[in-house]
Design a protein around this ligand. Structure first.
Ligand SMILES: C[S@@+](CC[C@H](N)C(=O)[O-])C[C@H]1O[C@@H](n2cnc3c(N)ncnc32)[C@H](O)[C@@H]1O
Length: 375
């Protein structure tokens, strides 16, 4: 099977590296998707469980030219759907169209679904659609249609621990990627001085403790008749076996009592309470006993929380904090175009990342390398 892993724009290379470290060296990253060839159901299970920053795990079933609806119908109907979908499967078709003659989503969806149902009725007779979920994606780009079966169901950012609502949270998958883009390792102190609902500190702890992010949730493919049960069982066993316990120094701070309460609750839900501390504290007052450390934050944005002046003022204050913690590395995700000017220093690295549809920059302000014994 060929697997496609959609990623947020700007994070393809992070997902490629995560795949690499999971044992998949031959991957290709193009336009918000990373592909892996020759996969088994066991690989599907592993990727759903272990990938920290991919958005979903899709199986590519077909790819064909789709300049018109006849071609779309024939291409979708050429897939042996009876090999994938159970007789009582509930089928949802979702569509994407980029730079293509077929662009009316509703029509693409209904032609696609009709083609799938036609094939299944030949095998099963009348369909009830009362069983497991099957989400089929028809992605038409430049008049070429890819037919993809979504094995994940709910997006992979839904780890299951973040159940309480909070303003402007980072997606868990994005938070994990931001951490991967830093020099942090679990021997170093980690902080998020604007922690909100706790996503960054919790994702750092999950990574350090090697807790598979998907361990506490299920995936659509686990309920499909075509899947070998052993594939899921073995991958879940592996996920339970690789967990470690270790000492960690991970702190989240926020000025809002509601935020620290929610973050602590989420840490308990994620099974990392005891490894992460949340303090009610103004970011400007942050101090640490660790001379070396890494802070990763998305401070309030002008667009979504507070106003632009407040965001600029906080960027200035973070520049001052950086000077007091002169051996720490600071990373900020912000849409403020003059963040560096306010911070008072040119970033050592700046990457463009989309967060909730907002174009942001991820600024890295490096500290010195620790001597190797502290590393
Ligand atoms: C964009 S949210 C962070 C969201 C967080 N990453 C998450 O996933 O939930 C920014 C947070 O900064 C907090 N905040 C605003 N001003 C602050 C300050 N001076 N010190 C500490 N926290 C502050 C807000 O209460 C809010 O929770």
């Amino acid at each position: 099977m060929k697997i496609l892993v959609p990623t947020a724009a700007g994070l393809e290379a992070v997902v490629k590296r995560q795949l690499n470290s999971l044992g998949y060296p031959d991957t290709r990253a193009v336009n918000g998707r990373v592909t892996v060839e020759n996969c088994t159901w066991h690989d599907v299970a592993r990727l759903n469980l272990f990938l920290r920053s991919g958005e979903r795990v899709l199986v590519c079933l077909a790819r064909f030219d789709a300049p018109d609806f006849d071609a779309l119908f024939d291409g979708v109907a050429a897939v042996p759907w009876q090999d994938w979908i159970d007789g009582n499967g509930r089928i949802t078709v979702v569509t994407k169209s980029v730079n293509s003659r077929l662009f009316a989503h509703h029509s693409i969806q209904s032609v696609g679904k009709k083609a799938i149902v036609n094939v299944l009725q030949k095998r099963y007779g009348a369909l009830e659609e009362s069983g497991s979920e099957y989400r089929v994606e028809l992605d038409i780009t430049d008049d070429v249609c890819s037919v993809n079966l979504d094995t994940s169901g709910a997006g992979l950012h839904k780890r299951g621990y973040r159940t309480l609502p909070y303003d402007a949270p980072l997606k868990e998958t994005t938070a994990a990627a931001l951490i991967d883009l830093t020099v942090w390792n679990p021997d170093k102190a980690f902080a998020d001085v604007f922690c909100g609902s706790g996503t960054l500190p919790i994702e750092a702890a999950l990574k350090a403790l090697k807790i598979a992010p998907g361990l506490n949730r299920s995936f659509d493919f686990e309920r499909w008749g075509c899947v070998d049960d052993n594939a899921c069982r073995l991958a879940r066993e592996e996920a339970r076996d690789v967990r470690v316990t270790r000492k960690l120094n991970i702190i989240g701070g926020d000025i809002s009592p509601k935020a620290t309460e929610i973050a602590s609750f989420h840490a308990r839900q994620a099974g990392v309470d005891g490894y992460v501390k949340f303090n009610l504290r103004d970011a400007r007052q942050f101090v640490s006993n660790s001379s070396y450390g890494v802070n990763v934050s998305n401070p309030p944005y002008g667009e979504r929380l507070g106003d632009k002046q407040t965001a600029q003022c906080l960027a200035r204050d973070m520049g001052k904090l950086y000077k007091t913690l002169d051996k720490w590395n600071f990373y900020f995700l912000s849409p403020l175009e003059d963040f560096e000017k306010q911070f008072g220093r040119r970033a050592d690295k700046k990457r463009y990342i989309f967060n909730a549809g907002i174009k942001c920059s991820y600024y890295s302000f490096n500290g010195p390398k620790p001597p190797s014994k502290d590393n």
